[in-house]
Design a protein around this ligand. Structure first.
Ligand code: IMP
Ligand code: MG
Length: 423
């Protein structure tokens, strides 16, 4: 038995869905432990495209158990729709391969409305959230006024709680000048979803411990990335959960000493959606990648901001997550470039920094120090082994892994399952 945590080492969208799908072959269970349907994992299998938001990517492989842990926030309408969508694509989803924690918190329409209102009020200083209500839902959880999945599926308890929550939130929405919600309408919608989801809701902590006792292997599927972590990210331009390795423990009830390996996923360059500092951002590289039809968000369709590989960031991600192994994705995106740049340090005034400053204003003032690599200018998308890769691409991969401080174990050269090189 061995348990693996997979995290994003950048700002999310590192291509985790594909790597998770690949690693799932060796795991018995796949667990989501944080985030909500702000996440979007795109997986291509046999030319068919699947976009997952809340359900672990493991659902695409027969015989794998998927668990949505206590640390996740769940929009029941969205997850019910996701289940229907998967079934429409001929993927089996039953309580035999999907379990939802009774302690996971529920996302309500007032969370989404508040998310929108707060963003609108911030104007230019907005975070650029996915407007899925993630921040307000985690806010309610921390403020101890949240509703959990275990309550959603108990009609009497749920109805009373919802009525009280809507009353309070309507008053708050009024302060923003926004229209309130009708309790009856929300209740009717949520009741339907609750009925559909009830068979999936259980104590997942007990289930996971039983599975471990039986010698099963667990893969923890991280959502978002290290620099969107509520504690370690570029606060306040972050999401509202712990996206780093520790979140896999708190968000699932599996203790730290049962974790064996941490895999950090990183793109061969860097991207970010939403606002906030991004030292290696490069307009030319953004235009180039968008021109290739790459780097548009799976959840919101937004064009992602793009920049060069930032080893200052990934080195820090290595520290926080304890990254043992590195999976580099999207190598093929750089195939035609003449030169490729890697940021090895930041300059902040007269200082040279090896790790990012925690203050967001200082980070915004950092100027990257680059080293340049000759591009390989050869297509890599058909490479299937390390030896198939051009020598310059191998040098580049080895260099970014060395700078990040982990062992390169996977290189991905395209969205398909087969386009994965085990190093
Ligand atoms: P929220 O999670 O919707 O509150 O958004 C907060 C920040 O995290 C925004 O910059 C989002 O663009 C970003 N974000 C949230 N989920 C993802 C994701 O799955 N990939 C990339 N960025 C994300
Ligand atoms: Mg994504």
């Amino acid at each position: 038995m061995s348990n693996t945590i997979l995290v994003g080492a950048q700002w999310g969208d590192e291509g985790k869905g594909k790597i998770i799908d690949f690693l799932t072959e060796k795991a018995d269970l796949v667990v989501r432990s944080q985030g909500g349907n702000n996440a979007g994992h795109t997986v291509l299998v046999g030319g068919k495209k699947y976009v997952l938001h809340l359900i672990p990517s493991g659902i695409l492989r027969a015989g794998k158990m998927c668990v949505i842990g206590n640390g996740v926030v769940i929009d029941p309408i969205a997850v019910a729709a996701e289940i229907d969508g998967l079934r429409g694509q001929k993927i089996k989803v039953t309580p035999k391969n999907l379990m939802i924690s009774d302690c996971a918190h529920v996302v309500f329409p007032y969370h989404r409305l508040l998310d929108e209102q707060r963003e609108a009020t911030k104007g230019k200083g907005k975070i650029g959230t996915t407007k899925r209500g993630i921040g307000p839902a985690y806010g309610d959880k921390a403020a101890r006024v949240g509703v959990r999945m275990g309550e959603l599926v108990q009609p009497e308890i749920f109805e009373a709680k919802l009525a009280a929550r809507i009353k309070e939130n309507n008053a708050v929405l009024k302060v923003f000048g926004a229209k309130g919600l009708k309790a009856g309408e929300v209740l009717a919608q949520y009741r339907l979803a609750a009925e559909q989801l009830a068979p999936f809701v259980a104590n997942t902590v007990v289930y996971l411990h039983g599975a471990m006792q039986a010698g099963k292997s667990i893969l923890f599927e991280g959502a978002q990335g290290t620099f969107l972590d509520i504690d370690h990210g570029t606060y306040p331009f972050v999401t509202s959960s712990n996206t780093t390795a520790g979140g896999a423990c708190t968000g699932s009830g599996v203790p730290p000493h049962r974790m064996d390996t941490v895999i950090g996923v990183m793109k061969a360059y860097t991207t970010r959606v939403g606002e906030g500092p991004f030292p290696t951002e490069d307009a030319g590289l953004s235009d180039f990648l968008h021109g290739l039809g790459r780097e548009f968000g799976a959840t919101t369709g937004r064009a992602r901001r793009c920049g060069w590989f930032d080893a200052v960031a990934t080195r820090y991600a290595g520290m926080i997550n304890g990254i043992d192994e590195i999976a580099v994705t999207n190598l093929d995106g750089l195939d035609t470039l003449e030169t490729v740049r890697v940021c090895t340090a930041y300059r902040l005034g007269r200082k040279t920094l090896e790790v990012p400053p925690s203050d967001v204003r200082q980070l915004a003032a950092c100027v990257p120090v680059y080293e340049e690599h000759a591009g390989w200018q050869t297509p890599t998308d058909e490479a299937r082994t390390w030896q198939d890769l051009p020598a310059k691409a191998r040098t580049y991969l080895e260099r970014i892994a060395q700078l990040s401080g982990g062992r390169l174990s996977i290189a991905s050269v395209g969205p398909n399952r087969e386009q994965t090189i085990v190093v």
